[in-house]
Design a protein around this ligand. Structure first.
Ligand code: IMP
Ligand code: MG
Length: 174
């Protein structure tokens, strides 16, 4: 597997993103929402670089349909535990692909009365976008490649790899 981000590159990127978040949210106490399961490794590294007072929460969403073909129909599998009314919410995701997931989640959190919702993703594949979603913080902008590791999976495998690699066998329309 071809490595596209090694441990050192990942940690440097996390530092850069955290520095921006620390600056932008100065004086605020955001709720940092990790999207399960893919964001867990990025999330754990990112929050430890935040110098802000913050609260932590998680959501899970899944795409309806087979594991390899995204239907675009997203269901919320786990909702927020905290009340985010009037709060500034920062959503942390592993990868922004078609945008279906983050489009729905952002709308959902805004409907709950959040004061603001910003999106932070470690990887961004703009070429695959079908929804008008833009990340406020995007780590690595990549081509239409299927990647695994550092939380990202293929059929639940490879999440534990400490680096991110391209999975060549995966069809582009997964
Ligand atoms: P979207 O709704 O199409 O933006 O997809 C977001 C979700 O698809 C991510 O949270 C990942 O779970 C999954 N995904 C998209 N691209 C990849 C990839 O290259 N590797 C692993 N998972 C991916
Ligand atoms: Mg995911």
């Amino acid at each position: 597997m071809e490595i596209i981000a090694n441990e050192q590159q990942l940690s440097q990127k996390v530092e850069e993103i955290a520095a921006k978040i620390n600056k932008d949210y100065q004086g605020k106490e955001p709720v940092i929402v990790g999207i399960l399961k893919g964001s867990i490794v990025f999330y754990a590294d990112l929050i430890r670089k935040l110098t802000l007072d913050c609260e932590l929460d998680f959501m899970a969403a899944s795409s309806y349909g087979s594991s390899t073909v995204s239907s675009g129909v997203i269901t919320i599998k786990k909702d927020l535990s905290l009340d985010v009314t009037g709060k500034h919410v920062l959503v942390v995701e592993d990868i922004l692909d078609t945008g279906n997931t983050l489009y729905l989640l952002k709308e959902h959190i805004l409907q709950k009365g959040a004061a603001s919702v910003k999106l932070c993703t470690l990887f961004d594949k703009p070429a695959r976008r079908v929804r008008p979603v833009q990340a406020d913080y995007a780590g690595f902008v990549i081509e239409d490649l299927f990647i695994v590791g550092y939380g990202l999976d293929c059929n639940e495998k490879y999440r534990n790899l400490p680096y991110v690699a391209v999975l060549n066998a995966e069809p582009s329309n997964f």
